[in-house]
Design a protein around this ligand. Structure first.
Ligand SMILES: [Fe+2]
Length: 224
């Protein structure tokens, strides 16, 4: 069920398990001033979900902001064939034959740009992610860059601890490792994000950071 978390922003959480780790997933939906909906990390497009979205507006733009966040993009494209689809470069080739499919990049001037800013976050050679800032709701939208897994199953706790994200909002340890040789780029991305006046952080997994988002984000990358 879509849940309203602000005047023009909704989330929907749904189960997602990967090798026994209960990650959960979250789709974020923003209604732009022209009535078009912006979907971040779309979930499986069931009839109910499609109907629910259609009751909110016209699905205009669908984002696949990181690897594995395109799992349900095909279904979303089929459900909303007139929408535009934007995917990060490493996964774009999967969808390049589809009409109205574009590479997410900072060079583009997106139709939603007056309301939602975006940045290609530099977090090492193996992490590709575009992050977004929705001005009206002061929300930072992340896919996998940082998240927090609260107590769930034993396996989830163990993996969460190993990754450094158990009960704390942080980037996973592998990001820390793989950015050892490119900290300058990483710091530039962190500074870029911290220029946005966000208060809330909505990752695609784990818990939402409801307030003090900039402080929490800064703290998560203090080591950088
Ligand atoms: Fe993810």
């Amino acid at each position: 069920m879509l849940q309203s978390i602000g005047e023009h922003i909704w989330i929907e959480e749904y189960p997602f398990e990967f090798i026994g780790v209960v990650l959960g997933r979250r789709m974020t939906v923003i209604r732009l001033t022209d009535g078009n909906l912006f979907l971040h990390s779309p979930g499986e497009m069931t009839d109910d979900r499609k109907e629910c979205l259609e009751s909110l507006g016209s699905v205009g733009y669908i984002m696949a902001p990181a690897r594995f966040h395109d799992l349900f993009l095909d279904g979303a494209i089929r459900a909303f064939p007139s929408s535009e689809h934007h995917a990060i470069r490493p996964i774009f080739s999967r969808f390049s034959s589809r009409a109205k499919t574009f590479i997410l990049s900072e060079q583009m001037v997106p139709p939603w740009g007056a309301e939602i800013e975006h940045h290609d976050f530099r977090a090492g050679p193996f992490h590709s992610e575009t992050v977004f800032f929705h001005r009206e709701s002061q929300s930072l939208l992340l896919a996998d860059l940082c998240f927090c897994l609260s107590d769930r199953t034993l396996m989830t706790q163990l993996v969460g601890r190993a990754l450094g994200v158990s009960n704390r909002f942080a980037p996973t340890r592998d990001i820390r490792f793989w950015t050892t040789g490119c900290r300058q780029e990483l710091r530039a991305s962190i500074e870029m994000v911290l220029k946005w006046p966000f208060t809330r952080i909505i990752p695609a997994h784990g818990e939402i950071v409801p307030e003090n988002g900039r402080q929490v984000f800064r703290e998560a990358f203090r080591w950088a």
